[in-house]
Structures are given as C-alpha cells and as structure tokens.
Design a protein around this ligand. Sequence first.
Ligand code: ATP
Ligand code: MG
Length: 651
Amino acid sequence: MAPERETQETLSNLLREDRRFEPPADLAAAANVTAEAYEEAARDRLGFWERAAERLTWAQRWDTTLDWQPPFAKWFVNGKLNVAYNCVDRHVEAGNGDKVAYHWEGEPGDSRTITYADLQKEVSKAANALTELGVGKGDRVAIYMPMIPELPVSLLACARIGAIHSVVFGGFSATALRSRIDDADAKLVITADGGYRRGAPSALKPTVDEAVKDCESVEHVLVVRRTGQDVEQNERDVWWHDVVERQSDQHTPEPHDAEDPLYILYTSGTTGKPKGILHTTGGYLTQASWTHHAVFDLKPETDIYWCTADIGWVTGHSYIVYGPLANGATSVIYEGTPDTPHRGRFWEIVQKYKVTILYTAPTAIRTFMKWGDDIPAKFDMSSLRVLGSVGEPINPEAYVWYRQHIGAGRTPVVDTWWQTETGAIMISPLPGITAAKPGAAMQPLPGIVADVIDDQAQSVPNGGGGFLVVREPWPSMLRTIWGDDQRYIDTYWSRFDGFYFPGDGAKKDEDGDLWLLGRVDDVMLVSGHNISTTEVESALVSHPKVAEAAVVGATDPVTTQAIVSFVILRGAADEGADIAKELRDHVAKTLGPIAKPRQILIVPELPKTRSGKIMRRLLRDVAENRSIGDVTTLADSSVMNLIAEKLPSAA
Ligand code: ATP
Ligand code: MG
C-alpha cells in the first residue's frame, strides 16, 4: 500500500445532492416516535434504553443498566427474560393468538399462514425435541436451512431453551459450513432435504452430509422434509416429522440471564475470513425490538411487514425473527428468488398480501432498475407506506428510483446503516420525523452516539469526511468474537482508543447529516485525494444507461492509484463504441476531473457475496493483474471468468 496512505486525513467530499423528501403529513402525525425521543435520549441515554427495555416482558428486572469495562459491555445486569416468550407466548396470553405472525410464501406458489398460537405450539414442540436430542442450555446448534417456517421455529426453539444458534446461510459450501460448525463446536445441525430456488428444488442435505463427515462434535442432524428429494440416511440423521411432530405442544419457557448468549453469526465475509459475532439476550432484543418499532413505524394491528433478506444474515435475525415477533407484527416470508417464475414476483407478493412496509437491499433495487420500470408498474402496490434499505450504501439514483417506482413517489425511504456486529440499526432516518436525503443514512438513532473522526481521532467538522466510529456502548452490540476476545479487541477497538470502529468511511454534510462512503479499505488515493468508491459508483449509476457500477483503485505510477470502473448497463441500453468515454465524462462532470476513471469496463455481472454485496477486493485483483484472491464467500465464482474475458479489449 502506498506510504501516502499513512497520512490519510479526510475523505474528499465530492458528491452534491440537494434533493430532500419530507415525511408525509399523515405519517408524521401518527408516528410511533417523535423528535422528542432524540431529546429524551440526549438528556438521559441509559434511561432511554431502560424505557426501551420495558417494552419487553422480564421475569426479573435488572439491577444495573450498563456495566462497561471497555471494550466489554453488560447490559441490564441480572435481568432475566426468555426471548421466545417475548416473541411468541406473551402475544398469545394478551389475546392475540389468532393474529398472523407469518404469511409464508413458497417459491412454487404454495403458502402457509402461521398465527401466534400456531407458532407457540410449533416452537414448544421443537424445544421439546431439542431437549430429547440432548441439546441443553449453552449448547451450539448449527442451522442450515431454506427460508421455510421451520427456520424461525428452530431459532426460537433454541432461544427458548437457551441453546446458542449459529445460522449458516443455505448457499454456503460444505467447507464453509464445516468451518463454522467446528468454530462453534455445534452439537446439532438442523437442515432440510432442500429448498426451492430459481424454479427447481435445490438440495441442502448432501452439503450437510459432506460437512459433518468425521465431525465429532455433531451428535444429530435434524432434517425437515421440504422438497421430497431423495436423501441419504445416515446414522445421526433424524427427521423433523418423526421427532418434532410427536412432541407435546406445551413447553414452559425458563427465564435466561440478560447476558446469556443468544446466537453466533458469522459476518458475510466481504473483507476476508468471517468472524463469529456473539450476541446476547436482553440488550439485543431490546434494541432489535425498539428499532423495528421506530425505524419502520410499525403498527402491529394494521401493518403487513416484509423484509426480503435471508434469515441466514443478521438482517433476517433482527428484522424477520426477533424484532418483528417481539413487536407482535404480521410479516411475510418468501422462500425463493425475485425472478421466479417472473421478474414481477416481489410486486405480486406485495399486491397479494397488501404489504405496507418493505425492507430490502440496494443490490436488489439496482437489479429491479436494470429489469425496467414497466415490471413494478403492472402491480397494485398502493398499500406500501414505508420502504427500507440495508446492506450497502444506496446510490442516490437507486434511492430515488425505489421511492418513485416502488413507493409511488409517496413513501419515505429509510436507509439503515448497521452491521452484524451492531446487532440492530444504528444510523437511519425516522420516517415520521426526518426530511431524508437520497443516499444518506442521516443521523444516529436516539440512544446511539456515533461520529466521524479523522486519523487523529478528532471529530471532523461539517463538510468533512473520515472514519465512522461509535463513541458509547449500545444494547445490541456484539459482546465478543466467539472464542477470540483478542481478535474482538484488535478488530474493533484498537484503531482508535476507546471508540468502536466498524471499518466504514463516512462524511458529514453541511447540515451534519451522515453519508456512508463504504469500507475504509476500499477508499482510493488519487493524486493526493482520498476518494470513496461509493461516490464514484453513485455518479456512474446516475447516468441513465447504467444499472450498477463497482469502482476500485488500481496502482498507478503517476497518480498513486487510478480509478477503474466495472459497469453493468441497464436492460435497454446499448454498449455502443463511445460508452466508456461518455461515462468517464459524466463522472468528471458530476464529481470533478479528479474522479474521472482511468478505465471503464462494461461487464455482464459483478462479483458479489452471497448476501449481495460487491466484493471490490476481487476486482482490485483483476484491475492490478493479480491472481484472484479468496472466492469462498462469492455467490457465483464463474462471474470472475466473465469479467476477466472483458479485460484485454479494455486495456
Ligand atoms: P465482513 O465483515 O466479513 O467483511 P460484511 O461487513 O459484508 O462482512 P455485514 O455485517 O453483513 O458483513 O455487513 C455490514 C456492512 O455492510 C457495514 O459495515 C457496511 O459496510 C455495509 N452496510 C450495511 N448497511 C449499510 C448502509 N445502509 N449504508 C452503507 N453501508 C452499509
Ligand atoms: Mg463487516
């Protein structure tokens, strides 16, 4: 890396964006959270989180709100509660047993409706089955499943008995699954024969068979029958329909300590070897539940909420399972892909269930843009009232498209910044309060103290850019990296003394609002300027012919690094001979000549993690003519060949 990087001060602040969207008056008038919440939390931060915790049902109240031995936090010390009770039983006891918890939609078109009373029975049976299989409090359970109702049931069953779940996304390989099973020493694996993806049954069980071969920690593999595919029957295997179905549907949840582990979840691996993030019970549920209530303005009586993430990612944990259920919400779960059997499937689901709140990722939004405006236009989506985005910085153009073509130009869009490590949303507009700017995550939520600092750990002034940090512990923060306190300290707490450093760059605009600029590892140094990949990508995406762009800095003898762009064109756009020049000029005009890419490569696909994030480090390998690094977390490794083919013509 260039020595100039050592003296990195601030990120150049290139992008200008003047559009603003005020909250709709009716939403603002009835919003769950008002501007008062910011003042309340500023006056008494711990008191604010205590009141958020009081939204849950505790078997025993805590005696100390926060015990902070940096960088180790304990929240709600000596409090006791059961997460599954909070997510399920208490709603039934309150007379809402008939309320729908999940509208589940299978990819082939089958569906199931699961009420809170149904969920209570299913979770109780599964908890009894886990106990029968010898799983107890503190044991680890690896879960490798498609998006079927048994997946949230499995999470809740673990939570109920105090077993620690470790969900591994169903797209991962046997090696990836095995390394996660070993890292956590899992005693049980829950899986299915397969699930439906892209119109066909896709097998899961063979991957598990391979992963657990000669694995001594695993005592049983519990298998749900979903597709009816033939599966190999091994000695350790037991069927869900044999073991779970015959159990009693009564189970008394015992209270767990607020700091008992709830789950381990491995980060998506965008930057390298995944880390086993450990979350605990009381603080996690408090913040997952409060943020879901506040950021989506959830009205459990009337809203139909749909988060399109996979439960294998933290977004699914916090915003399909724990947050929504703790709040008594009615959610949609969809098993499959957005283009099966047609590219309007998401919008058909919105229309069918009259979805009011939709939470998805920029990668999906850019794909929909690429497919064309006419597809969502065919469906009635007038039920929608709040839209959310998570996973990557959302390009302003994608934001505006989302608001316009999905939200009919009416719905607020909340761009929510957070990570596996934070457990819940940290920085986001609030839909009834914030006049949102497209592409900005805006302000830390009430009770969260975040800032942007320079390399001397000084807060940058408005208009400046630098490193995003969190200055105070928060309830749903990771407690450590599983089995590796030192890596926890080194990764998150060593760069700036006393601050949590998430690894992301950000800027404060003239109003002090926050814009996420991608990972600091991705920041480019061009002729003495630190330029964020996000801003150049957003400039490219603002060109009408561009659907998606990924930008990297490649070593350059003259400018230290030069900007190399990989671009996917929109459906109807024609490559044409001059497209590269047109796009380079467009960036120069939008951001200034300093940001003009040296090279533009038109490519059919971009390398993405299985959670849909662009993996720039692989593109950097391509741009610098190196052999390509670790691709194990890549969703589709053939993409790199498609890109390599494009290279010679572009040089
Ligand atoms: P790894 O840490 O293993 O490299 P990862 O960081 O991709 O993987 P996640 O925890 O799933 O794993 O992703 C969190 C990261 O995603 C954040 O640190 C940030 O870089 C990015 N991100 C998430 N939401 C937003 C958002 N709204 N705006 C900008 N960036 C976001
Ligand atoms: Mg990360």
